[in-house]
Design a protein around this ligand. Structure first.
Ligand code: GUN
Length: 287
């Protein structure tokens, strides 16, 4: 079975549209998201355009700040300080990756945690770690859990979740969310021994390593739910054109698993939908 992330994201946006409208009626506030893009990375430009379009579609305000690739860290920090102090800005997202002369950690730490719709600030990751209320939770991990539940139902307790990848953006936070859902969680990564055997344990297998077609069919238990976070651009050997593939060998794995998210059209659309959800959440936290 294919888990349709595009449809799930569309459903979430419909729900958000009503919530945004109800929030506006009760508080007189329209949630607003400002995306900061430094430089002209083509993939980032596509993401930013999609974010802006969907933000407006659910009834929120979208602003974009485009800065040249040679923007200094100091000047980016001043820009963030203005946004932090602007009450009409509820969500701030600094598009990653940043040019190499800018320290991402310094930038993330400078965002007001209540406006940190990426959920990357230590205050938010700390709250997630502690299971505290009021955390803004990273978008892709939220999307992964929603898609897993769409196939398995709301109760994931006792399921063995194996997360392949340990990044701050996906691997670690998705592991914490699955733990909160009472899963037994294993985090596997590039130094894991017998990764095939570890993955074979998974009822829920989340692949977030950034390596095209990394997870093999022999690693997957029959009937497992496979969530593929990878977005890898590779050349199609037949046509010579670029195409997107996930971290999972889709054709082979879909023969053994119970359900799988496709690439594109799986986790990707959910990331943006969850960003909109976080923007509304941030506006509520600030109101
Ligand atoms: N670049 C690719 N994905 C993301 C994301 O989720 N947030 C930010 N800030 N940058 C990204």
């Amino acid at each position: 079975m294919i888990i349709d992330g595009k449809q799930a994201a569309a459903n979430l946006r419909v729900a958000l549209t009503s919530e945004v409208s109800a929030f506006q009626k009760s508080k007189g506030i329209t949630p607003s998201l400002t995306v900061v893009l430094v430089g002209d990375d083509p993939a980032s430009q596509v993401y930013v355009r999609n974010k802006a379009k969907q933000t407006v579609e659910v009834g929120m305000i979208s602003n974009e700040i485009r800065l040249p690739a040679n923007t200094s860290q100091t000047s980016l920090l001043s820009q963030l300080s203005l946004l932090n102090n602007d009450n009409s800005v509820h969500g701030i997202l600094v598009q990653l990756p940043l040019p190499s002369h800018i320290d991402e950690n310094v930038i993330i730490a400078a965002i007001n945690p209540e406006k940190d719709v990426d959920g990357f600030h230590a205050m938010n990751s700390g709250r997630l770690f502690n299971g505290e209320a009021g955390a803004l939770v990273p978008c892709t991990p939220q999307g992964c859990v929603i898609l897993a539940k769409q196939h398995l139902g709301n109760d994931l307790s006792g399921k063995h979740a194996v997360v392949v990848g340990r990044s701050n953006i996906v691997g670690k936070p998705v592991a914490l969310l699955l733990l909160q859902e009472n899963c037994t969680v294993t985090i596997a990564h590039s130094r894991t021994k017998n990764i095939a055997e570890v993955c074979q344990q998974a009822d829920i297998l989340v692949a977030a390593v950034g390596k095209a077609n990394f997870v093999q069919a022999e690693w997957v238990k029959k009937g497992a739910t496979v969530i593929d976070v990878g977005i890898n651009r590779i050349e199609n050997s037949d046509t010579g054109k670029a195409k997107l593939v996930g971290d999972v060998d889709y054709d082979a794995v879909s023969q053994v698993c119970g359900a799988i998210t496709p690439v594109p059209g799986g986790v990707g659309p959910m990331t943006i939908a969850c960003l909109l959800k976080n923007t509304l959440e941030a506006a509520k936290l600030q109101s």
